[in-house]
Design a protein around this ligand. Sequence first.
Ligand code: ADP
Length: 459
Amino acid sequence: MPEAEKTTPKAEDIKPIIEVNRLSVTYFMGRTNEVKALQDVSLKIYPGEFIIFFGPSGCGKSTLLYSIAGLETHTHGDIIVDGKNVAKMKKNEVAEFRQKKTGMIFQAFYLINSLSVVKNVVLPQIAIQAERITRMAKAKKLLEHFGVSTQADKLPSELSGGQQQRVAICRALMNDPQIVLADEPVGNLDSKSSRDVMELIGELNTDQHKTIILVTHDPSHLNLAHRVFYMKDGKIVDIKVNNAITAAAEQGWGAKEAPSVSKELELLIRTYSGIAPGQLGGLLIPFKAKQVVAEVLTGMSAEELNKIEKQVQQMMLSSLEDKERLVSFLDRPASEGGIELDKRTALKLGEKIERVLEEIRVLQKEEKEQKEGKVRGVDKQASEARSYLLETFNADLHDQKQVQAMDKALVQRLTNKIDKDQLSFLLHQPLPAGPDLDRRIARKMAKHFELLMLGKFSG
Ligand code: ADP
């Protein structure tokens, strides 16, 4: 499926964690009741992806999932997980692979009813012979995290379906697997528990960066995944990309929006979507580093840069087009409160800043109009930004389809569906995914667009 692989975020830089090559699974081979459960299936899944196998009952979703888990023996082809070919492993190697690399969640939970909840959770570690105290502590921590710690000593049958599935999730995570495989995990749950459990699975991906493969026939789950593999009659017939930040991530963001976050940092998070408040401390370091680098590169002191920043801030607040004032400020002697740049540099810098500010104002105006219901804001913002970016970076598009693809990519960034890197990736993609811009230009545009987004939000 080369088409779909191309559209995976950063696929070019990252090695797949799962690679299935020409996999076929046939039951009752050669008999009259022969079933071709999978036919010549190939796919690649990248670390940290949330993938859904979707299709009608009997199309081969579970067979594919169990093959990846090393649970299927009727296979023909290669299943490479984290560099090792599961299809060619010996039995004991498969068992070890499953224990260490994968965690499984099933529709029917498969908890052992004669064991307490906490003992069910520690089971995977008994197999790898972890110390009792360590494994009990870990199990309790997981139960706590998933809101079922008070049920630790009960039997699974005493728990609701939703609680049992939370326990099963704890069990799946006990050995810290990189990959979580879930087979219709909410098929037995009521709608409220389903939503809760699906949200937890989403968080395993967004917060713990687990690679998730979920088998479902419920279309309402589709927007949770980065990519959906549509299956029919034992084949993957289509792959749709949800372009990164999923509904789950957005829900997660809503939940994480703590009031303690300062206004400025809040703006940063909104712009650099996907960064949790817990990571904000780390966020400041690159910003400080940026200051240092700016000073080295521009030859201006932090103080001078601060002064320019203040001037720009005033211009942003007053929404005045005041290039003359900016240039004269940049040119003026320090004793008169200026920066004392030479005239030409002042003019050039002034023009550049003014041009960015002007673009930000346009985007802000369109956003305002959108809020007032006057225009289709995001689309207009995108087309405006597209012309601006093409002009600024002196890039040309050759046909209308490229224009549309570029606008589509910008809309996704404007609505925080993708981040800067994914925008850069998309802008470089060939049609239909992207406008096929030169890789370096795409990267520069994405970076510059980020600046516009930041400016837009500060208005
Ligand atoms: P799905 O998960 O999409 O519902 P499955 O992967 O379970 O589909 O099944 C694919 C096909 O393989 C179906 O026709 C099913 O009846 C058949 N199948 C699955 N497992 C077995 C098995 N162990 N023995 C024989 N046939 C099987």
